[in-house]
Design a protein around this ligand. Structure first.
Ligand code: AMP
Length: 213
């Protein structure tokens, strides 16, 4: 099964992708993670996108489609979870083409619905594990008391450079302008599965399970 997790920044896409990886053995493809890796390892592309990401703007379709193209023919045990991709209509068309070229198809688009107030408080409280990318929240899911990540045991706490109010405002604007049209696009294709993303992590996970059948 190949699925897209669609939703604004802070909707919980990464958290739910990790749960699907653990429970269903799916393969997460997060363009945000790939871009941050490129930035951290100082590749030429990474240096080019660093400022764009820090501002909260979208990087070019060409770059992110290239990242997905490199991986889409690779191992996909349990199916792919596209997390944070596609974010524009051009990316959605490209994904359709890439899946068709590799003899695959898209099964469902899970739209995670969360209101803006919740997004701001989630994002400003967010940290991730430097070892495995597990997502924590200062209020709702603090780091384990021993300081070790519950998933991989790493002690490296990371806060994203773009998890601040100014950048978040821009990321939300980009979402509403460029990404939200995908809701209609996938609805028209009969793929859209809206899920309430506001509840507890386990509740949302159950709603996603139910939506995927
Ligand atoms: P994320 O981790 O999904 O919130 O992505 C972090 C940042 O990476 C975004 O604010 C964009 O600057 C960039 N990015 C990630 N995925 C995409 C995409 N599919 N298209 C364009 N930019 C992206």
């Amino acid at each position: 099964m190949n699925i897209i997790l669609l939703g604004p920044p802070g909707a919980g896409k990464g958290t739910q992708a990790h749960i699907l990886v653990e429970k269903r053995g799916m393969t997460q493809l997060s363009t945000g993670d790939m871009l941050r890796e490129a930035k951290d390892s100082g590749t030429e592309m990474g240096n080019r996108v660093a400022e764009v990401m820090a501002r909260g703007d979208l990087v070019t379709d060409e770059i992110v489609i290239g990242l997905i193209r490199e991986r889409i023919g690779g191992p996909n045990g349990g199916g792919f979870i596209f997390d944070g991709f596609p974010r524009t209509l051009a990316q959605a068309d490209a994904l359709g083409d890439l899946l068709a070229e590799t003899g695959q198809s898209l099964d469902a688009v899970v739209e995670m619905r969360v209101d803006d107030d919740a997004l701001v408080s989630r994002i400003t409280a967010r940290s991730t594990c430097g070892g495995c990318g597990e997502v924590y929240n200062d209020v709702t899911r603090p780091w384990p008391a021993d300081g070790k990540c519950a998933r991989c045991g790493s002690t490296e706490v990371k806060r994203r450079a773009d998890d601040n109010e100014e950048s978040l405002r821009q990321r939300l604007m980009e979402y509403y302008k460029k990404t939200s049209p995908l809701i209609g696009y996938y609805h028209a294709k009969g793929k859209l599965r809206p899920v309430d993303g506001l509840g507890e992590i386990d509740e949302v996970a159950r709603a996603i399970d139910a939506a995927l059948g």
